[in-house]
Design a protein around this ligand. Structure first.
Ligand code: M6R
Length: 369
């Protein structure tokens, strides 16, 4: 069933272009508008929403963090994102004008389920983004948008994550479309960009050999740090999570702007630091700031592993290792920037002799609180 791959994780990483295309399938009509018929929350209700709250755990939570940027940018609705396990116990402010989005691959995660039950008790509408047909979370939600990633067997989530991102972008754009906010050329352009994102993911997958080689060379390291900004920050967190669960290494993700508020003290000779660089186009201020961060950490001896867009020459002098990703719109960059981090963690796990599909102490779905 592994389709010739050594591990399910490798197979699932390779399936990402198809999974992404499948999640988009049938959801964009010929005129470039979205047709999310499954979202059974009436447009009238969606127009009344004044806040979005996303709840999820682990990798799904990272998808939610990225969704926040997209939702706030495209709809101008305030959006909070919270770990389901924290949300439930802090008396969150919820009402009928709150749209709660619960993201879960398995649809059985107890923390997320308890969070959505709590939200519904407060009168909020809950939309599930889920990969498992007929699982508990979608059954208990008001509506569901399925990610059509196909079964994900490896404990470490990969294709589910990318399709969760696609579903989040679709929801954000759909809210924009229904509510009429900022609906226009920009959103239509994003829909076009989304349609070509599967090809971009495929392109990244074709260039991963140097990343595997690099991973093998770092097999005896104890720590790897990950830095990112804006949507690159959740990508950094996801890279660190993958490394923890697969390679059993100490890994931490930071918002690059926080470096000087503490984490820079961790930088020492030869410490591998992965930096996710935002596009030099678009939000170029952020790009320039990250380039100075890379300079700063390199001056302190860090071994910099830089993930940057093709054509971004500013990073070249400061990158000990450079991983190129295709040019994508800022908000969609996580779709391509995450892939090298998945490959990196998977290869490190193999090099360290770990069980890739079944990491120690972990279960595919966490059905206890
Ligand atoms: O099934 P879910 O998406 O609700 O699972 C949430 C987390 O348990 C899950 O993403 C976990 O963090 C993965 N093992 C990450 O690779």
């Amino acid at each position: 069933e592994k389709g010739g791959y050594d591990y399910f994780m490798l197979k699932e990483i390779a399936e990402q272009p198809k999974a992404v295309a499948d999640t988009l399938l049938g959801r964009i009509d010929g005129s470039g508008s979205l047709t999310l018929d499954e979202v059974r929350i009436p447009p009238g209700v969606l127009r009344e929403i004044d806040k979005v709250v996303i709840v999820a755990c682990g990798t799904a939570f990272h998808a939610g963090m990225i969704a926040k940027y997209a939702i706030e940018h495209w709809t101008r609705l305030p959006c909070e994102v919270e770990l389901a396990s924290e949300f439930r116990y802090r008396d969150p402010i919820l009402d009928a004008q709150t749209l709660v989005i619960a993201i879960s691959q398995s649809g059985e995660t107890m923390d997320t389920l308890m969070a959505l039950r709590h939200a519904r008790e407060q009168g909020s509408k809950v939309l599930a983004i889920c990969n498992t047909n007929g699982s508990t979370i979608p059954r208990e939600s008001d509506a569901v948008l399925y990610t059509h990633a196909g079964p994900e067997v490896a404990v470490a989530s990969t294709k589910a994550f990318l399709t969760q991102l696609v579903a989040c972008y679709l929801v954000a754009l759909y809210l924009g479309q229904v509510r009429g906010t900022k609906w226009g050329d920009e959103i239509r352009a994003v829909i076009r960009d989304l349609s070509s994102i599967a090809g971009a993911v495929e392109q990244v997958l074709g260039t991963m050999e140097p990343v595997r080689e690099l991973a093998r060379s770092l097999a005896s390291k104890k720590t790897v740090l990950f830095l990112g900004r804006h949507v690159g920050y959740p990508v950094a967190l996801e890279g660190a999570l993958k490394l923890k669960e697969l390679a059993y290494m100490h890994a931490e993700g930071f918002a690059a702007g926080e470096l000087k508020h503490g984490p820079i003290a961790l930088i020492e000779e030869d410490l591998p630091v992965v930096v996710v660089v935002p596009s030099p186009r678009g939000r170029s201020v952020l790009h320039d700031k990250i380039v100075s961060n890379i300079q700063e950490i390199r001056a302190r001896g860090a071994r910099t592993i830089v993930i940057a867009e093709e054509g971004d020459e500013a990073v070249v002098p400061y990158a000990d290792h450079l991983v190129r990703i295709p040019v994508t719109p800022t908000l969609l960059q996580p779709m391509v920037a995450t892939v090298p981090l998945q490959v990196f963690a998977c290869e490190l796990a193999t090099a360290r002799g770990n069980e890739v599909d079944q990491p120690r102490n972990l279960a595919k779905s966490v059905t206890v609180e």
